[in-house]
Design a protein around this ligand. Structure first.
Ligand code: NAD
Ligand code: DAU
Length: 340
């Protein structure tokens, strides 16, 4: 099976490539990644010499390049490539529209031209918007994206659905809740909290910290995606959730407790604009149709993730000391509030 993975140098994509090559001897992977600030080939050193793996640097928005790749013949395309961080989209949404919307449409057009038998779009629960204290998102929940990031992912989902309805392109959309695990870029809450705690810096909690996310270990997400790749039905959408709702403040406390650090490191900072209060996924469709369930309990997965960051200091210190630091300097003016 020849699979084009886009955005495979990022957090989830790199975990997915390692998972696929380790579990499916028939899988051959080409990884197309633009290597933005979030793309890191160090995430893939374990498999970079595998003869079943090839890396191509480039953008999903480059129609000539995407055509040249797809005309070689692929059994599936799975699109992880995206601008993925909500706070960056609030600062400037242009790249989000270019990659998440225009880039996805470019991929869809090439998949149609070269009759790719399966195209999977890796989407997010954020397209459904924010929940009150009860209820969970199902595949039938209306789209109500609130951030520019979420709006760009919802727009992409609509283009993917339209390509099924209009052209019969065999597409599948997956919508997952918040992922955590190894190789997550330390701008996202969990790796930011862990790495700050490790060096004794404050953990910035937006607003009251009572916003709730439904945490899913990246390994559980990758297993769900591999299953859908093999057995999912074209034209369908699958929610993927961790059934592990936690308030941000509780996650921060758990990280500090595990590392034996004081709770005085918690620093409440100005809230994110338009901050969604609660996400929660109803994953009964994938559970019933494909027999998937998350296997990693949140507390155990978080502990393993903390251990991974503790034992890979070079990976994240290089990121924190590099371009990412520059971005935050520009964003916040100084590093006294958010230390990176
Ligand atoms: P990430 O930011 O870690 O990685 C994104 C990758 O895409 C990077 O390697 C980057 O270089 C690459 N990329 C960006 N623009 C590109 C372009 N134009 N062409 C080719 N490559 C490009 O993101 P992630 O957290 O791994 O998320 C992967 C996907 O999963 C995204 O589509 C995201 O919306 C979705 N998702 C993420 C989560 C989560 O919790 N992280 C949850 C649900 C869905
Ligand atoms: O729900 C899926 C989405 O999860 C994905 O589609 C996105 O790509 C991914 O980034 C993530 O979005 P969130 O905005 O939920 O994740 P983030 O890690 O940025 O924030 C998690 C929660 O923690 C959120 O309520 C904001 C809060 N937060 C975040 C940061 C970075 C803080 O309180 N302080 C912080 O410094």
């Amino acid at each position: 099976m020849r699979i084009l993975v886009t955005g495979g140098a990022g957090f989830i994509g790199s975990n997915f490539i390692r998972h696929l090559l380790a579990t499916d001897p028939a899988a051959h992977v080409v990884n197309l990644d633009k290597l933005t600030y979030a793309g890191n080939l160090e995430n893939l050193t374990a498999i970079e010499r595998d003869p079943r793996y090839r890396f191509v640097k480039g953008s999903i928005g480059d129609a000539v390049l995407v055509d040249a790749l797809l005309k070689d013949g692929f059994d599936a395309v799975i699109n992880f490539a995206a601008e993925s961080h909500v706070d960056r989209s609030i600062q400037d949404a242009r790249a989000f529209v270019e990659t998440n919307v225009v880039g996805t449409q470019t991929l869809l057009e090439a998949c149609r031209r070269y009759r790719v038998p399966r195209m999977m779009q890796v989407s997010t629960d954020e397209v459904y918007g924010s929940l009150g204290p009860s209820g969970r998102f199902t595949e039938d929940s209306p789209l109500h994206p609130n951030s520019p990031y979420a709006a760009s992912k919802a727009a992409a989902d609509l283009l993917v659905s339209a390509s099924f309805r209009t052209y019969g392109l065999p597409v599948i959309i997956t919508r997952s809740s918040n992922n955590y695990g190894p190789y997550q870029f330390p701008e996202k809450a969990i790796p930011l909290f862990i790495t700050n705690a490790l060096v004794g810096e404050p953990l910035p909690i937006y607003g009251d910290g009572l916003q709730v996310r439904d945490w899913l270990h990246v390994q559980d997400h990758c297993e769900a995606l591999a299953l859908i790749l093999r057995s999912g039905v074209a034209g369908e959408m699958y929610n993927i959730g961790g059934s592990s709702e936690r308030a941000n403040l509780d996650v921060a406390r758990l990280i500090l407790g595990t590392l034996g650090k004081p709770e005085t490191l918690i620093a409440h900072v100005t809230d994110r604009l338009g901050h969604d209060r609660r996400y929660a996924i109803n994953a009964s469709k994938i559970e019933q149709a494909l027999g998937w369930k998350p296997r990693i309990p949140f507390e155990a997965g978080l502990k393993d993730t903390i251990r991974w960051y503790e034992s890979h200091p070079t990976w994240w210190t290089r990121i924190k000391e590099g371009a990412y630091r520059e971005y935050y300097r520009k964003t916040y003016g100084n590093l006294s509030r958010v230390s990176l």
